[in-house]
Design a protein around this ligand. Sequence first.
Ligand code: WT7
Length: 655
Amino acid sequence: MAEEDIKYPVPARLLDPAQCPEPYVKSYEQYKEMHRQSIQNPDEFFGKMATELLSWSKPFHTVRHGGLDHGDTAWFLDGQLNASYNCVDRHAFANPDKIAIIYEADEPNQSENITYSELLRKVCQLAGALRARGIKKGDTVAIYMPMIPEAVVSFLACARIGALHSVVFAGFSAEALRDRVQDAQCRLVITSDQGKRGGKSIETKKIVDEALKTCPSVETVIVCQRTGAEVPMKEGRDFWWGEECSKRMTYLTPEPMHSEDPLFLLYTSGSTGQPKGVMHTTAGYLLGAAATVKYVFDYHPGDIFACMADVGWITGHSYIVYGPLTLGATTVLFESIPTYPTPARYWELIAKHKVTQFYTAPTAIRALRRLGDQWVEGHDLSSLRVLGTVGEPINPEAWHWYNDKVGKGRCAIVDTYWQTETGSHIVTPLPGAIATKPGAATVPFFGIDIAILDPVTGKELEGNDVTGVLAVKKAWPSVARTVYGNHHRYLETYLKPYPGYYFTGDGATRDKDGYIWIRGRVDDVINVSGHRLSTAEIESALIMHQAVAETAVIGAADDVTGQCIHAFVCLKPGVSNHSTDLSRELVLQVRKVIGPFAAPKKIYLVEDLPKTRSGKLMRRILRKIIAGEEDSLGDISTLADPSVVEVLINKVANA
Ligand code: WT7
């Protein structure tokens, strides 16, 4: 049997009440039936779920309005709630001493627990400090922070007073931070003196200072102390977190928010150079995050939930902060890296905190697998029930290693497919119900009416054994509502390409068993270690270098990071192209404009690029050359100068 035909059943242990809590969904038939209800009667299905999982200060009267046809999706209308109340207060009232956050600091012996009642006090004090500095409902606050509890407190303090947060991953450079702060016209920035990662210090505050040189909208910076390093403080603009918060009361009434009031912006890359501020709203987003923690991770009270993402990405938003906390769970906040101080760090963390759900990316699994089984052996991983992966398709070798070495064949593996824009998982197995296939994201989550479309005609490809582009037919609660300040772009990117559908930008197959396999992006987006990068953004970073005339950036396959970046660069006439220093400078240029994680792995200094006579760049040809598929370049007769192909092949072969 071919690998893609083999189904791995739900491990018997998960269905044995003597060993595990009873899964919420226990069979494929039950999943099917629930999914059918969620599609055929979404008002009843999600109305009930929203009442069960969320607390409302005013009940909603209309479950659903609008949708994908007009880009006016709205859920739970007339209802009012507050995300911070849902994530903190109600659990602090019921279980004040329950641990909300396990902070696993960079140094393994410095972990710290924060209870729900402590979290409530911290959130209220920061919320008070933000208000005292003039932040009101509807303002936007930028958060540029390392993985420390104050980052989570910052999210929730914003939500408490109805301010939108715009978290910028602290691996972004000053320039990237500046662009995002400017676009969202943030009034306040929350940051820290420094960060700590893998034993190294990161100059967080300095990066903020650099970025804010050209951000006139920012009036205030609140600086939290992570290391206590001395950092410059700008008089009248910069204030210490500790001083600001200690003045404030430890209780502050949450601002009642309408269901469709925005909760946050999160910038993500698309096909064009300009990142988009994806906007999520309060009720629908929160419900999606909570529902998927409950069903996809089969979360039960008492579980210890550990998502290894950074809070700067959507995975951290939904699966470190909002999802687990809405359910009153204990969530792990991991500040370090999987290899610090040794490659046993993840496994030590699981054993130490008795983690029940563990969530990471295929790139981390591949990197750890390479370092050898000895690191994972000998740790007590028996608390685990569900192992999740996210960010890119997982290759079967990595899947099996995760399943055998980490899960010992007794855990469910959930390959969760989703995006910044979907807010929460949209195609994924459920631990107790769905037999898995390594590399398949399997089946649509509740409320997701999935479609595979012919990319050219846009016609829906019905039935099994079809490949096309992945789309969704109906709006679901946690779909992004707009792109900040540019609804037109939202419509053009997601809703116009295939009218009536939400377009994911990914290719997909529905196999003969009806399982969905994600095939990767069909647009100019590159996925490096599960981080989404746009070729256009990297190209525009390179072109800013004075020596560069023209560039073409493409994604190439990489054993560890999934894809990596290869850049073809044409220099301006008269610039010498033999200098290795220049390649290094170009890499630095990208690190400076976007951030270290966007650095090209290879730079080819070339004379010319493959273009059609009308001047259109043929990336397809570059991709084929990099992949070593020169035999299947296709028709190159339309090129303005077909001889460039031979030159490029030699260049790449000798690089
Ligand atoms: C893109 C979204 C939201 C998760 C973190 C990345 C790819 C994500 C999977 C998966 C195959 C996946 C897609 C998607 N992707 N998860 N399980 N299998 N591909 O969020 O930065 O918004 O990127 O990541 O290509 O479109 P993002």
